[in-house]
Design a protein around this ligand. Structure first.
Ligand SMILES: Nc1ncnc2c1ncn2[C@@H]1O[C@H](COP(=O)(O)OP(=O)(O)OP(=O)(O)O)[C@@H](O)[C@H]1O
Ligand SMILES: [Mg+2]
Length: 449
């Protein structure tokens, strides 16, 4: 048998020797490496001892059926595709084969061309899957802890680079958990200020009456309890960067003071009237709509324009689907390493559910979900049932698979009725029920009138 190393290996299983021989000859002529088996037991022996890319199996065979063979392969060999051939075309058998995991089925008699194109189609799917897995197994590289290869994240990266090359004020916007603080750090640590301090200040978490002295410092005796002078965050950040997180949580009075710092590049410690120069780069973030807050008179418009010299808007995770898989892989590796565990793998279906979820809490939510999975599961492979029920439920809803039979029936009846412009006789004919039954069903659908 001519074996080339480029072409895939195919195992053909059929109890009819002529069929086996014809397929073997055809596929060999195309350069595939072909194994043959006349029953499922023999086939399993071959699969156990040689790497097989594709199994083509007959459906009806004595003893172990093709369906059972397909099931065995699906459960034990993830990297092998399955194609079914049958001499008894029936919807039921085709449906069963596909449900069990056959990618394609072919009905006898088939032409050589039909065989070749079915084989190629099936192998194509295998290649796509392998390419996806290979990409997935590669640990994504992070720049400044930021992961992302999507067009949208590439745009964010280029804006970070631009911001890092200046000392201009930057407003970082994005939903909660999208990575605003990470972006702020990335700007600082890739700027010329990297060797000085990065000082994050959560404006929403510091009580209003303390914020001013925390930011600007205070002199001795400035207020009861001020036993000695203390520097504020702005002084600490001198030469470096201050990150005013949740800037919209500040009062209008505080905003006026910040505006002055931005304009004059100097701060006044609480209790002192002598302004001091500071060389601080300001980055600010918000997850609120500042323009909306300006309209409501709770955010100063002049401060907004001062902050908004460069804007970096981080898109929500659901709008950058390509990054979801990367982030899953990155987080799984990270958390597994922390726990001294091997990183789990994810089944294709589980990845699909994770990818389709809308992630209202963005990257933070994704990290939490993956961390929980890594901690809770000892399985090598994470499957759909391992995922939090919220995610599974939303996957069902997306696929429209959470409707009851009654709901589907009601919708179908209404569609049929609409298509015959409400003609009950015609509708009942199409639906295969009598008019009385249809009326009763309609009454139920429409509720008591
Ligand atoms: N692109 C990313 N790559 C890797 N990790 C990320 C990315 N974006 C966010 N994270 C992680 O997600 C979590 C939330 O990020 P971060 O705190 O920067 O978000 P945030 O936008 O400031 O959220 P919030 O508005 O809730 O303060 C952090 O643990 C961060 O490390
Ligand atoms: Mg934050």
């Amino acid at each position: 048998m001519a074996i080339t190393d480029k072409k895939e290996s195919i195992l053909v299983v059929d109890d009819a020797p002529q069929t086996l021989e014809v397929i073997r000859r055809n596929l060999t002529s195309k350069g595939y490496q072909v194994f043959t088996a006349s029953n499922a037991q023999e086939a399993i022996k071959i699969i156990e001892s040689a790497p097989v890319d594709l199994v083509i199996t007959d459906l009806k065979m004595p003893e172990v059926s093709g369906i059972d063979l397909i099931r065995h392969i699906r459960e034990n060999y993830r990297d092998t595709e399955v194609m079914m051939i049958t001499g008894y075309p029936s919807i039921e058998s085709a449906v069963e084969a596909v449900k069990t995991g056959a990618e394609e089925y072919l009905t006898k008699p088939f032409t050589d061309e039909e065989l070749f194109s079915a084989v190629e189609r099936t192998l194509d799917k295998l290649h796509i899957r392998r390419a996806g897995q290979a990409r997935f197994e590669k640990m994504p590289t992070a720049s400044y802890g930021l992961i992302g290869e999507s067009e949208k994240m590439r745009n964010v990266f280029s804006r970070i680079a631009k911001a890092a090359s200046t000392s201009a004020t930057v407003l970082i916007t994005g939903e909660s958990g999208t990575g605003k603080e990470l972006v702020a750090r990335a700007i600082h640590y890739s700027s010329s200020r990297a060797s000085a301090q990065f000082v994050p200040v959560n404006c929403g978490a510091i009580p209003e009456e303390l914020l001013e002295s925390e930011l600007f410092g205070h002199v001795k005796g400035a207020f009861t309890g001020a036993i000695e002078s203390r520097a504020g965050f702005f002084q600490t950040a001198d030469g470096g960067t201050i990150f005013l997180d949740e800037i919209s949580d500040t009062s209008l009075a505080m905003q006026a003071k910040l505006l002055r710092v931005l304009q004059d590049k100097e701060v006044c410690m609480v209790g002192s009237s002598r302004p001091r120069n500071v060389d601080v780069r300001i980055l600010a973030s918000t997850n609120k709509d500042l323009l909306g807050l300006i309209r409501k008179d709770v955010f100063r418009e002049d401060l907004y324009y001062r902050l908004n010299v460069i804007t970096i808007d981080i898109p929500p995770l659901r709008d950058r689907n390509d990054d979801i898989l990367l982030l899953i892989q990155y987080s799984a590796n990270k958390f597994a390493k922390d726990l001294g565990k091997p990183a789990p793998k994810f089944s294709d279906n589980a990845l699909q559910v994770l990818k389709n979820y809308h992630w209202p809490g963005n990257v933070r939510e994704l990290e939490n979900v993956i961390q929980r999975l890594v901690v809770m599961t000892d399985e090598e492979m994470i499957e759909v049932p391992d995922l939090p029920s919220l995610l599974r439920f939303s996957a069902l809803r997306k696929a429209g698979l959470n409707r009851t039979l009654a709901e589907v029936e009601a919708e179908y009846i209404q569609n049929v009725l609409a298509s015959v412009e409400g003609n009950i006789s015609k509708a009942s004919e199409i639906l295969g029920i009598d008019r009385k039954t249809l009326r009763a069903k309609l009454k139920k659908i429409q509720g008591p009138s």
